[in-house]
Design a protein. Structure first.
Length: 73
């Protein structure tokens, strides 16, 4: 079964609780996990730049474009 971090039930835990109900919460966590939480915890980014997440993303979200647009604000 394929699953994705942007699907609502991806973060659901035992008992049915879901810490990231909203799509924006799941979307934000994906970026923070790779580019903020991971470096703070392990000392390097969780993104290697391989592009697999871009190819496999069911929502066709290109992380490079999102980061480029975010950098403009």
């Amino acid at each position: 079964m394929w699953d994705s971090c942007v699907y609502k039930n991806f973060t659901r835990v035992a008992g049915g609780a879901n810490p990231r109900e909203g799509l924006i919460d799941r979307f934000r966590h994906r970026y923070y996990h790779k580019l903020d939480y991971f470096p703070k915890t392990y000392g390097f980014e969780g993104c290697t730049g391989c592009g697999r997440c871009i190819v496999a993303c069911p929502g066709e979200i290109d992380m490079r474009k999102v980061l480029k647009e975010a950098g403009k604000s």
